[in-house]
Design a protein around this ligand. Sequence first.
Ligand SMILES: *Cc1c(COP(=O)(O)O)cnc(C)c1O
Length: 369
Amino acid sequence: MKFETRAIHKGNHITDNTGSVVQPITLSTTFEHGNEAGLLYTRAGNPNRLALEELIASLEQGVDAAAFSSGNAAGTAVYQALEPGSHIIAPDDMYHGLHNSMTILFKGIHEVSFVDMSNLEAVKAAIRPNTKLFWVETPSNPLLKITDIRKVAEIAHENGAILACDNTFATPVFQNPLLLGADIVMHSSTKYFGGHSDLLGGALVTKEKNEFWNKIRTIQRVGGAVPSPTDCYWLARSIKSLAYRMKGHAEHAMVLADYFLAHPKVERVYYPGLKNHPGHEIAASQMSGFGGVVSIQVKGGAVSADKLISELHLFANATSLGGIESLIERRAAVEGPDTLTPQNLIRVSVGLEHTEDLLTDLDQAFSKV
Ligand SMILES: *Cc1c(COP(=O)(O)O)cnc(C)c1O
């Protein structure tokens, strides 16, 4: 079945006699011993979570998926599953919440090298005898850097390590890292999967059910950072429209990227769909669309960037991305003093409002900067 069809039908199991078209929410936290479904207790498994996991595994073309209560919980489970003393190679501009997980929670437990993953020589130079995990995020947040997943997978496997890919920005609509050589895919379901800025969630998907995956499952079950049945229900519901939302996000992002490129008050535009983006060709070889996030550097520094943001009406000045509503944010202000993100960089999560309305709003806001 094609992606759109799987997104609507996978995991949706009706087991009662009501003729419901949609699988209901099972709120019970416990299940009678000896039940046919083999359910025990909802932290270990719940019909709505199992449905969601089957759906996400299918969309990423993996053999199994594990749902977590947030993207950070999902990523953290991967680092926790490594043997203590492991070395991780991670992007120098990775999502700051997971950067914090590595540097704060695993301080003294694992070693981490942060490198420019778009530079394969730098990746190779960072390898140590105890390197166990390569972590990539492509496109990256917020610089939309592109990493060659196939090449990094080869390097990881040649060195006895695994490759995990944060696929939050691309979504399985546009990129399937497992088919490109990755072993694990991670998602913040809070973003495009949920798609309406009203759900927190995360997921991991695996290419193989192996010992490492068993550890992840144990961390999920014993650690207990699991989503509620209600959250799983709403997430599965949102995913049904994912393919169509992503097509809209990517189409609108391209319109805005072209607009910014031509704008005299914009210093630089970051969007992998633009021919002048340094990762454009690799992006085109591993993605079928370029996503819905565009970053720009505004002329006049942080002051101009803040002024532009404050004059916009349709773009909410808020963190996060992937919702149907457009969001805008000056990332350096959120990432704190150690950030490598330029001070005048604005990240735009392009929503599904009509592009003419978005451009009209941008025009009036730029005219006041
Ligand atoms: C938001 C985000 C995360 C973290 O997910 P949460 O659901 O906020 O915990 C991880 N990676 C990327 C790329 C993100 O955008």
